[in-house]
Write a protein that binds this ligand. Structure first.
Ligand SMILES: [Zn+2]
Length: 80
């Protein structure tokens, strides 16, 4: 896993699995140093950190599974 873009030496904390969409696996992480949220997107041998707005990170944490799916489909449209 690549170092976080915000704090290279900080350990990313896993917050929630966001599901598998457009052949990518998405997971929500939080930086243990500055508390910023990042989405990790991974597919086969390529993966990286994606910027996520605070309100979107909040939705990702508070939505139940049935609401999370359509939200992520929309959020991750650029990966399609
Ligand atoms: Zn940070």
């Amino acid at each position: 896993m690549n170092p976080l873009p915000c704090c290279a030496t900080a350990k990313p904390r896993h917050v929630r699995e966001l599901g598998h969409l457009y052949q990518f696996d998405f997971d929500l992480f939080k930086c243990s140093q500055c508390e910023r949220h990042w989405v990790h997107a991974w597919r086969e041998d390529m993966g990286g950190w994606e910027k996520v707005e605070p309100e979107d990170a909040l939705t990702m944490q508070t939505s139940d599974e049935t609401a999370l799916r359509p939200f992520m489909r929309k959020w991750a449209q650029g990966f399609n």
